[in-house]
Design a protein around this ligand. Structure first.
Ligand code: IPE
Ligand code: IPE
Ligand code: MG
Ligand code: MG
Ligand code: MG
Length: 327
């Protein structure tokens, strides 16, 4: 592992270690894909060499700190499972991860979730100040589109589609809308909460697999199943993330930040939320199988990603944590 610690997601690499994610004779283990993404991100966010350049430092700290890299790995793995090894993939993957990193910086700001810890480190606004954090987030978003605009070997029409898809994902029908609903939606029905989760979390997984499908020129049926997979996985992922907000949970992030918010966990309660998470996961796996068949690196990755969540969620909550959950 190259980055500082997969200290908060050890299960992901470990559970897949030893598997050969070979596709079409080309070896591709998860760690080398992850390393390729991280090296390229590091190059794309070069140090300015100026110690006083806090904006560049904040961008790097936001994007290069120890995240799971779930979204860029989905781009790479889905494309490979579709038989595509275009050299442009890694840049496309990095662009998606930059959007994600930008969203996390804003999400932690005092005017949003008011969180102070991210990926086991002080949040970006805590390290660099709120003004620099906002600017770093905007600059990372802008960099993401710049990277997409210059990623090598993509026909112009395909590139335009990629840019359009990413832009929809960030905007008023995607992340920004989802975050707005999360903060301003108040008490909501289960369906409304699920819609918020889809917008704030699912659509970015959706665009990751969509971009892979676009570059790999997958047919419409496959692309539709892939998108359904990503949205179901996004629902499962956000419910699991809601569990990570429970006091006493170790995830490298603050806990208790969802108190007072409408989450599926708070609305459904522990057991029902667990059941719903499992249902979404089964749906995700079914859609993935419809798209790519029963094997492949994406299957292994997604299975490993959620294995730790399943194990963790089997641990019963003690009375105090149950209390914290329902209040
Ligand atoms: C956190 O995403 C934000 C959500 C959408 C729940 P991740 O859990 O993928 O965050 P990192 O990138 O691994 O830190
Ligand atoms: C936010 O969901 C999803 C984003 C768009 C960043 P959360 O607010 O629950 O994510 P965490 O728990 O802070 O990572
Ligand atoms: Mg939030
Ligand atoms: Mg948050
Ligand atoms: Mg959360």
């Amino acid at each position: 592992m190259t980055t500082r610690a997969r200290q908060f997601d050890g299960a992901i690499g470990a559970s897949i270690k030893g598997f050969d994610l070979t596709h079409a004779g080309e070896p591709c283990d998860l760690e080398s894909l992850r390393e390729a993404v991280e090296q390229r991100m590091t190059q794309l966010l070069l140090e300015s060499g100026d110690q006083a350049d806090l904006l560049a430092a904040a961008m790097r700290a936001g994007a290069l700190s120890a995240g799971k890299r779930m979204r860029p790995l989905l781009v790479m793995l889905v494309a490979r499972d579709l038989g595509c090894t275009s050299p442009a993939l890694v840049d496309v993957a990095c662009a998606v991860e930059m959007v994600h990193a930008a969203s996390l910086i804003l999400d932690d700001m005092p005017c949003m979730d008011n969180a102070r810890l991210r990926r086991g480190r002080p949040a970006i606004h805590v390290q660099y100040g709120e003004d620099v954090a906002i600017l770093a987030s905007v600059a990372l978003l802008s960099r993401a589109f710049g990277v997409l605009a210059t990623a090598g070997d993509i026909p112009p029409v395909t590139r335009a589609r990629l840019v359009a898809r990413l832009s929809e994902t960030v905007g008023t029908q995607g992340l920004a809308r989802g975050q707005y609903q999360d903060l301003h939606g108040g008490a909501r029905t289960l369906d409304a909460i699920a819609t918020t989760n889809e917008l704030k979390t699912g659509v970015l997984l959706g665009v990751a697999v969509d971009m892979a499908a676009i570059i790999a020129q997958a047919d419409e049926r496959v692309a539709t199943s892939l998108r359904a997979f990503a949205l179901a996985a996004g629902h499962a992922f956000q419910i699991r993330d809601d569990f990570l907000d429970l006091p006493g949970t170790e995830s490298g992030k603050d806990t208790g930040k969802d108190q007072g918010k409408s989450t599926l966990l708070a609305s459904l309660g522990f057991e029902e939320a667990q059941r719903r998470l499992a249902r979404y996961l089964d749906d995700a796996q079914q859609h993935l199988e419809d798209a790519l068949g029963p094997q492949g690196g994406t299957h292994l990755f997604v299975g490993g990603l959620f294995a730790k969540g399943r194990a963790r969620l089997r641990v019963p909550l003690d009375a105090a944590r149950r209390e914290a959950l329902v209040n």
